[in-house]
Every structure is written in structure tokens, then in C-alpha cells.
Design a protein around this ligand. Structure first.
Ligand SMILES: *Cc1c(COP(=O)(O)O)cnc(C)c1O
Length: 220
């Protein structure tokens, strides 16, 4: 099936409140162009270098999302154009994003990545760290960032009950802190769900899914 049809199959079943980020990592420009011509313009990459290369070669009305771990020394490369950073996992990174956004005269939208999986390898804050960050004064000092929500990845398991429990824990936390708003803090985006678990994520309140292999096939 054409990748365009794969995309349509997913988007046609989505509630209007859910945005699909098509994850293009490892896939060539031509495939992205095919989806772009079909009307899709929200794409995600997990590596800075690949994100920059693709940004440079593709139409400029594409919204590029960074979804993977971001090193502070690489923020400067994406700051001029990135639409949303899903993977903010430290205060240090937030500071650097703010600094680079300022240099580019921009306000950069960010999500805080929360660690919800049982695995040891995933990046992110835990709930108590996020709570501390959200209620501290630090955030208000960052005039060039907006914290728009949270991102989380469930465990890589076939146990759908566990996946559901993990997503629900993030959604509950998200809804609790939705009431807390500051000039540059307002929860409007809950990024959770990938190819294998996006339906479970939506059942638990996801508003943004990040789907790669289900659209493009397996990565090379
Ligand atoms: C690769 C990746 C995805 C998409 O994964 P698929 O299983 O291919 O849909 C989603 N989120 C992050 C952070 C990723 O790195």
C-alpha cells in the first residue's frame, strides 16, 4: 500500500482533537514529499542532524517536531525553525532552549518528557521532579519558551493493561496540572502513543500521536 494510504487509514480514524506527527526518521526525502503533497505537514525526527538536513531540503511550511533526546550543545542547530520540542528532560536543557530562542527572536514551544515506563533506558523527568519544576519560579524566567504539555512513552511490552496504566498515570497528572497556568505555561498538548500503542494512548486522552513504522514501514 502507498504510504499516503497508510497515513489516511490512521488519520480517518482519529478524533479531531488528536494531531498526528508523522515520524520520518531514517526515511528519505521523497517519502516525506509524498505525504506533503497529500496534504500532511506535521513531521517528527528524533535526531538533530537528520532534522536539520530534512528541514533544509523540504518546503518551509512543514512543522518540524523534535521527539528524541536533545543534547544541550545541539539546541542551536534547531532553534531557528523547530516547531515543538517533545523531549525536554532537564532544567539545563530548558535554559539552553530559552537562550537559543532568544538569539533567534523566537518563542519555542516545548513539552516536558515524563518517565512513565518500567524500563531503565528512557529519558525524562519523574512526576515529583515535574511537580517541583512547574511550581517553582524558574519557569516564569524563561521568556522565550512556552511549556505546552507533556510527552511520555509507555513500556515496550505486549501487556496492553500495563501500557494503558502507564498512559493513564500521565494523563491524570496532565489533567491535574492543567489548572496551573503561568504566562509561559499552559497544558494543551499530551503527546503519547506510537505505532504499536497509539490507540491505547488515545483511549487514555492523548492529543498528539507520533507514528512512524505504521506509515513508512520498518526502518532500515
Ligand atoms: C521512533 C519514535 C516514534 C515512532 O515510533 P514507531 O514505532 O515507528 O511509530 C515515536 N516517538 C519517538 C520518541 C520515537 O523515537
Amino acid at each position: 500500500m502507498a504510504i499516503k494510504d497508510n497515513l489516511l487509514k490512521i488519520t480517518s480514524g482519529l478524533p479531531p482533537s488528536v494531531t498526528l506527527v508523522a515520524v520520518t526518521k531514517t526515511h528519505p526525502i521523497e517519502k516525506i514529499e509524498e505525504l506533503y503533497r497529500a496534504g500532511h505537514n506535521v513531521f517528527g525526527e528524533n535526531k538533530v542532524q537528520e532534522l536539520v538536513e530534512k528541514y533544509e531540503q523540504l518546503p518551509k511550511d512543514i512543522q518540524w517536531h523534535l521527539i528524541g533526546h536533545l543534547q544541550t550543545n545541539k539546541v542551536k542547530f534547531i532553534a531557528p525553525f523547530v516547531h515543538l520540542i517533545h523531549s525536554v528532560d532537564s532544567l539545563k536543557l530548558l535554559q539552553e532552549i530559552n537562550k537559543q530562542a532568544q538569539k533567534n527572536n523566537r518563542v519555542i514551544d516545548c513539552l516536558l518528557q515524563v518517565y512513565i515506563a518500567k524500563e531503565e533506558t528512557k529519558f525524562g523527568f519523574d512526576f515529583s521532579e515535574i511537580k517541583q519544576l512547574l511550581t517553582s519560579d524558574n519557569i516564569s524566567e524563561f521568556a522565550n519558551i512556552r511549556i505546552r504539555g507533556l510527552m511520555g512513552m509507555a513500556s515496550n511490552t505486549n501487556n496492553t493493561q500495563q501500557i494503558s496504566t502507564e498512559f493513564k498515570s500521565l494523563a491524570d497528572f496532565y489533567h491535574t496540572y492543567q489548572a496551573l497556568t503561568k504566562t509561559n505555561l499552559k497544558f494543551e498538548i499530551l503527546s503519547m502513543g506510537m505505532s504499536s500503542d497509539y490507540e491505547i494512548a488515545i483511549q487514555n486522552g492523548s492529543t498528539m500521536i507520533r507514528v512512524g513504522s505504521l506509515i513508512f514501514g520498518n526502518r532500515t
